[in-house]
Structure formats: C-alpha cells, structure tokens
Design a protein. Structure first.
Length: 87
C-alpha cells in the first residue's frame, strides 16, 4: 500500500513543490534523494561449505545528508543519532 509520504528529491513520485523548496531554499543538490539504506541483512540459507550464514552490510550516512540534517532538521538527527551510531 501507499503511505503518501514522498521522499525529498524524488522527481518521479515526490512532491514537485516541496522538492523545489528544498533545492532553492535549503541547498538540496539537484539530483539528490534524501534516502539512505544504512543496514541490510542477507540471509544466505546455506553457504558453499554447507554452513548457514547471515551477512550484515552497513554503510554510514553520507556526509552531505548529515550536513543537511544538521542544518535543516537537527531534532531528527538528534533523535536518530543512537540508531545511526549503532550502525
């Protein structure tokens, strides 16, 4: 189902008015989505040696998104800091 919560910078499904405001007034780079996959678990049910394994891949939040959050939404960054630091 659709949750009607567009991603800032999404030109296909996002809100054009909101994207324009973020680009003009808040410094969002032209082709930047405010979306980041911090952690992904890959469940490999059986490896080549016959053992079960779960692979966890993590990627820190990019510095441009950290700067944007710090400048524009510091409360959101503060609320998510514990989770982001754990990743």
């Amino acid at each position: 189902g659709r949750i009607s919560h567009p991603i800032i910078g999404d030109t296909s499904h996002g809100c054009a008015k909101t994207n324009m405001e973020w680009k003009q007034s808040r410094g969002l780079p032209g082709e930047r989505l405010c979306l980041h996959l911090a952690t992904m678990k890959l469940d490999d049910s059986e490896t080549m040696d016959g053992n079960d394994r779960v692979e966890k891949v993590s990627c820190p939040l990019p510095s441009d998104l950290v700067e944007l959050l710090h400048r524009e939404l510091p409360d959101v960054l503060e609320q998510g800091a514990e989770v982001l630091n754990a990743e």
